[in-house]
Design a protein around this ligand. Structure first.
Ligand code: GLY
Ligand code: MN
Ligand code: MN
Length: 425
């Protein structure tokens, strides 16, 4: 990945779109916790490739500087995260300089309520910019759910930097614009995530039989993720029978019964790139006639939508319904009398985040990666069915399905599940 090139592109975009303001781009990584593994914030990762908490990038036309906390050497005895950030390897990533965020920090983790001395140099730098009437271009969206951990760093610094918020200009839209169009090297990682996910679903299918617990299926999926250098991109869903109607069910602790369907929504995250795939399997290895009819409806809907997923179409646009993938799905289910059972949207962008950034008010374009995930959730029949795949929007032809290796025809699914019954697992 050419991270320097990405940062340069971001500089160009921000300069063009905010021509009347001056100031550097300042990107923060989240603080740390001793009780869960550190996950880098997606924008920080996209523009640096560096997995290090409590760090800061200061990017301007003439200089790009990486700041890390001034840990003592003993930190390496405790954590394996990028303790080897050196002047040399930072220059390989296209930075001009490596500096420290503040005073020597004698502990191992920088927690969200950090001591201000830890960020003393950053505080001085931001205060100087404010004094000089400059702006600070950073990720600070106004919604309630994005970039929370890095907004927390800014908010903490604002306690000691008067008027900090007044000088911030949010650049989430510009970072999203760059991240939306995937580069070839990103495509390779998305393919790899889909391949690992295919292996995991295959193992999960072989696990199924009446009496098996949802937890065992989840463990199988996540064993394959871990064994192949990945992890779960989001909480895996293994939802038997009526629990299949709960869209974000993840307790995964109930027995799977003969005659039930099980919704398995699980995807790998590989080198930070995500897959998001759902299959619905018959626990007994055979769909009932009614399950088969509903399953085929969902599959037909997915095929209909996928055929039309090309540049110029929208993921969802209520004013242009014939160009809107969501409304094509909704109208398909309506025609068959099932629209009230399709209770979520048809899909989303996919990338470093499972629900990746991207402006949904603009139509699809080449290089987009999306999910297409129609589903029917019918509490009175105690069943849910979802089929979800990951697609690469290429040109005016049908999109490329990254997850096509995972069987989904009735016959293939039944055969795969039945194969496990001959093996005593
Ligand atoms: N697994 C989350 C989703 O399908 O959007
Ligand atoms: Mn999804
Ligand atoms: Mn999903």
């Amino acid at each position: 990945m050419n991270y320097k090139n990405r940062r340069d592109q971001l500089l160009d975009l921000v300069r063009t779109q905010h021509a009347s303001y001056q100031g550097p781009i300042v990107l923060f990584s989240p603080c740390d916790s001793a009780y869960r593994s550190f996950v880098q914030e997606s924008n920080f990762y996209y523009f640096s490739g560096i997995i290090e908490p409590a760090s800061v990038m200061v990017i301007s036309q003439d200089k790009q500087v990486f700041y890390k906390p001034a840990y003592t050497d003993t930190r390496a005895q405790w954590v394996d995260s990028a303790a080897d950030i050196t002047q040399n390897n930072i220059q390989e990533q296209g930075f001009d300089d490596l500096q420290v965020t503040g005073k020597i920090f004698p502990s191992v983790h920088v927690y969200p309520y950090f001591d201000y001395a830890t960020y003393e140099n950053i505080t001085a730098l931001l205060s100087d910019l404010i004094r000089d009437g400059k702006k600070i271009f950073t990720i600070y969206p106004s919604n309630s759910y994005q970039a929370i951990e890095i907004r927390a760093v800014v908010d903490r610094l604002a306690q000691v930097i008067p008027n900090l918020h007044d000088h911030i200009i949010d650049i989430s839209a510009q970072t999203a614009q760059l991240r939306r169009k995937k580069e070839m090297v990103e495509l390779e990682l998305l393919y790899k995530a889909a391949e690992i996910t295919a292996n995991a679903h295959q193992a999960a299918m072989h696990m199924l039989k009446p009496g098996r617990n949802e937890a065992e299926v989840q463990a199988t999926l996540e064993f394959v993720f871990a064994e192949q250098g990945a992890c779960a991109a989001y909480p895996s869903i293994v939802a038997g029978g009526p629990r299949g109607t709960i869209l974000h069910y993840s307790t995964n602790n109930q027995p799977l019964l003969d005659g039930q369907l099980v919704v398995v929504d699980a995807g790998a995250r590989y080198n930070y790139y995500c897959a998001d795939v759902t299959r619905t399997y018959p626990v007994s290895g055979k769909f009932t006639a009614e399950q088969k009819q509903l399953y085929e409806l969902v599959l037909e809907c997915q095929e209909l939508v996928a055929e039309q997923a090309k540049p110029g179409m929208w993921l969802s646009n209520k004013d242009e319904q014939e160009l809107s993938l969501h409304h094509i799905a909704l109208n398909f289910f309506k025609k068959h009398g099932y629209e009230k059972y399709f209770t979520h949207s048809i899909g989303h962008f996919l990338g470093l985040d499972v629900h990746d950034v991207g402006d949904v008010s603009r139509p699809l374009q080449e290089g987009d990666i999306i999910t297409i995930e129609p589903g029917l959730y019918i509490p009175e029949k105690q069943l849910g069915i979802r089929i979800e795949d990951n697609y690469w929007i290429v040109d005016q032809t049908t999109p490329v399905c990254l997850s096509e290796a995972i069987p989904k025809s009735i016959q293939a699914v039944e055969e795969m599940v039945q194969q496990s019954f001959d093996v005593d697992l």
